[in-house]
Design a protein around this ligand. Structure first.
Ligand code: NAD
Length: 425
């Protein structure tokens, strides 16, 4: 059986719709391996709750803009819904649904008691002043208020949002509740109950996954990183700290390359000062497409979905792809990469460090307690390496790719939770 969900715009294949098709394809494959019946497959293919809101934004010049916002809770069978909040002009309900679905499998795979959710607002945050951004964020939160809460659904940063955004979310929710509720979001500033180690957690996880997959000394291992935001910049830094040679990185402003290895700390300084990696003096310019096709040991996509497709997969020369981003590889590209012997460490494993430390932040908030950075890092490492070993063992045992194995484990755990709970009424 092939899983389909109704589309509100069937004629328009947006990148979001492509991401959802990829997520449904991966679910379908995992459900086949698990032998799930049609009813359960359909249940897992459809989000439990899906909300579209209109967010009015008062601009500085008095104009009123109205933008679309979304919050999707894909599954809550294993615990409260959990997932990031994305501000990006291209986001739509399909993309948010796909991202929520991947969150469900990711939380189940690494064994944390959450379901999957995601939120988004179709806007470019760079086009707003800070005051406009704050008003827009607070109004969006107000529109989705009935859905979120520390025991219901807990947002976190994603593309285009950061700890300041989370502070506004926490404040808006708390003002409405009448008391401070730090556990309603994760990825908050430390002063509001954030966790040590949350900022770099996804990138630290990418480093842990890369080193585990390499299985040899990282000294001199060449790396290219697509995306130099919250995940990509620190992933490049941590891989460089571990001894890898980061030879190329890109962001929306451009791509830079230095075969001898980039000084990542200086590049981060340059990007912070100038707004991007373009023009970094100690490197040559490169095209966005060429970065993905460089002859490197490790490619880390850490930007958006659907960047490795059947069109460029045959030209990808990286020996290993470690997915910092969610959904960067399409199913067609997956097949080509597998046939070419490229090892793909899938998103739901490779970038799970973010939600793992988000979970640790939430646990600390719920107990009004805090752990040291050493304790947080130890727990992160334990959970990630545990999941890594389960995925690689299952893949070897059943002859699956790492993505297929990760989905079989994640989907299997959610299916089991449904079966144990039964269906109400
Ligand atoms: P971000 O907004 O901080 O950074 C995104 C980066 O991608 C920016 O540097 C941007 O310039 C760059 N970019 C966008 N389009 C690009 C293109 N076509 N080519 C090259 N670079 C491009 O977002 P982030 O939080 O770093 O998220 C990046 C990815 O990681 C997303 O897929 C997100 O869902 C995933 N992720 C994030 C977290 C987290 O904790 N933030 C956790 C898990 C997964």
């Amino acid at each position: 059986m092939s899983i389909m969900v109704p589309s509100t715009t069937p004629a328009l294949i947006t990148p979001g719709r492509q991401a959802l098709d990829s997520a449904l394809h991966q679910l379908d494959q995992a459900a086949g391996h698990l032998g799930l019946d049609d009813g359960l497959r359909t249940m897992l293919a459809t989000p439990r709750r899906s909300l579209t809101v209109s967010v009015p934004v008062r601009r500085e010049d008095g104009r009123l803009d109205v933008v679309q916002g979304f919050r999707v809770q894909h599954n809550v069978s294993r615990g409260p819904a959990k997932g990031g909040l994305r501000f990006h002009p291209g986001t739509d309900i399909h993309e948010v649904t796909a991202l929520a679905m991947w969150m469900t499998w990711k939380c189940a795979l690494v064994g944390i008691p959450y379901g999957g959710a995601k939120g988004g607002v179709a806007i470019d945050p760079a086009g707003l002043t800070t005051r406009e951004l704050e008003r827009m964020t607070r109004r969006y939160v107000n529109e989705i208020l009935p859905l979120i809460g520390p025991e219901k659904d807990i947002p976190a940063p994603d593309v285009g949002t950061d700890e300041q955004t989370m502070a506004w979310v926490m404040d808006t929710y708390s003002v409405n509740a009448g008391y401070s509720v730090p556990g309603v979001v994760t990825g908050k500033p430390m002063t509001l109950g954030g966790s040590l180690g949350r900022n770099g957690a996804t990138s630290r996880g990418v480093q842990i996954a890369t080193l585990a997959a390499l299985g040899r000394s990282p000294e001199g291992v060449t790396v290219a990183v697509q995306g130099f935001g919250k995940v990509g910049a620190l992933a490049a830094q941590y891989l460089s700290d571990a001894g890898c040679k980061v030879v190329a990185v890109s962001d929306v402003t451009g791509a830079v390359h230095h075969a001898g290895g980039l000084d990542v700390a200086r590049l981060r300084g340059h990007a912070a000062q100038t707004g991007g990696v373009r023009g970094f003096p100690q490197a040559d310019a490169l095209s966005h497409d060429d970065l993905l096709e460089l002859d490197v040991d490790v490619l880390v996509p850490a930007a958006l979905e659907g960047v490795i497709t059947e069109a460029n997969a045959p030209r990808i020369r990286a020996r290993m792809i470690v997915e910092g981003a969610n959904g960067p590889t399409t199913p067609e590209a997956d097949e080509i990469l597998a046939a070419n012997g490229t090892l793909v460490v899938p998103d739901i494993l490779a970038n799970s460090g973010g939600v793992i430390v988000s979970y640790l932040e939430w646990v600390q908030n719920m107990q009004a307690y805090s752990w040291s950075s050493g304790e947080v890092e130890l727990k992160l490492r334990d959970l990630m390496l545990g999941a890594f070993s389960e995925v690689t063992s299952l893949a070897a045992e059943r002859g699956l790719t790492l993505r297929q194995a990760a989905h079989v484990i994640g989907v299997g755990r959610v299916a089991e939770a449904h079966q144990m709970r039964g269906l109400y009424p």
